[in-house]
Write a protein that binds this ligand. Structure first.
Ligand SMILES: [Zn+2]
Length: 286
């Protein structure tokens, strides 16, 4: 029996999910270690959901310290088939203003210190990643933005950087020259692992500021930044709730078959302990 069908990963500003009922916490241990925190299970709009605070409650973990594998595997263990991921980002384009939400459909990887695959340890797999987010879930998020009166933009490129420091101005301008839309520190590894776990995944990127490229506009006050963050987290909760309510029961995408042609290793050559460890992902193909 599935404990949850929809997963919600909350980032900076969204540390709990308002409106959850029938709430209980579950500490999940995965073959890849511990997730960022206990998962909060409950009901939202009549659907079973699992909420995870990406950085742990109290915001204790750096982006580079996150155990992305455990976070996504824990969702899989609970039965989650779709993940809505919420994260704070900087804008790389004038048109993406603070308090706008962007649903990126592409990523650029600028990280270098993260483990972002369930494979290895005797098994090689290569999933297709040309379309890194689930278009159906992203569209549901975008429509939910419209429904609750939040500016929600469909598509865009998310630069995922290592952090924890923000970009230099040269880097920020480089990413702008690449045509990227927003910059953050966490969502790409989640997207990769969700794909390997055959879970639909889409990101809602909440713009908090203009990164550092927009010279001559640095006169924003701390009060203004705090106000934007408060508004974003309130809006995110509303949008996620509307998206959960609107999520179709049937899936029209191919995310659930991502491993069908991905595994390269001869079945007989896969070590038993690896086969066991990944049973949740592989059993259907063996
Ligand atoms: Zn999908």
């Amino acid at each position: 029996m599935k404990k949850a069908e929809i997963g919600i990963i909350g980032g900076s500003g969204l540390y709990a999910m308002p409106g959850l009922t029938d709430v209980r916490e579950e500490k999940v241990t995965t073959p890849f270690g511990e997730p960022s925190d206990a998962l909060v299970l409950g009901e939202l709009e009549g659907r079973r959901v699992a909420f995870l605070a990406r950085h742990g409650r109290g915001h204790r973990l750096l982006p580079s310290e996150l155990n992305f594998r455990a976070n996504i595997y824990a969702m899989k263990m609970l039965g989650v088939e779709r993940i809505l991921s919420v994260s704070a980002v900087g804008s790389l384009k004038e048109e993406h203003k603070p308090t706008d939400f962007v649903m990126p459909d592409q990523f650029i990887d600028r990280t270098f210190a993260r483990n972002a695959t369930f494979f290895g340890d005797g098994i090689v797999g290569h999933v297709a990643f040309g379309n890194p987010v689930c278009a159906a879930v992203a569209a549901t998020l975008q429509k939910a933005c419209d429904a609750v009166g939040v500016v929600g933009k469909s598509g865009g490129t998310y630069v995922c950087m290592e952090g924890p420091q923000f970009s230099t101005r040269a880097e920020s301008n480089l990413y702008r020259s690449w045509g990227a839309d927003v910059i953050g520190m966490t969502n790409l590894q989640e997207a990769k692992l969700a794909r390997e776990a055959e879970i639909c995944y889409a990101t809602m990127a909440m713009v908090t500021d203009y990164d550092c490229w927009r010279e001559g506009h640095d006169d924003v006050t701390v009060d203004q930044i705090v106000a934007v963050m408060h508004q974003n987290s309130a809006n995110a909760a509303k949008v996620v709730r509307a998206a959960v309510a609107a999520m179709s029961a049937e899936k029209s995408c191919t995310c659930g078959d991502a491993l069908k042609y991905a595994i390269m290793t001869d079945r007989k050559a896969i070590p038993e302990h690896t086969r066991q460890k990944l049973g949740l992902l592989l059993d259907k193909y063996f």
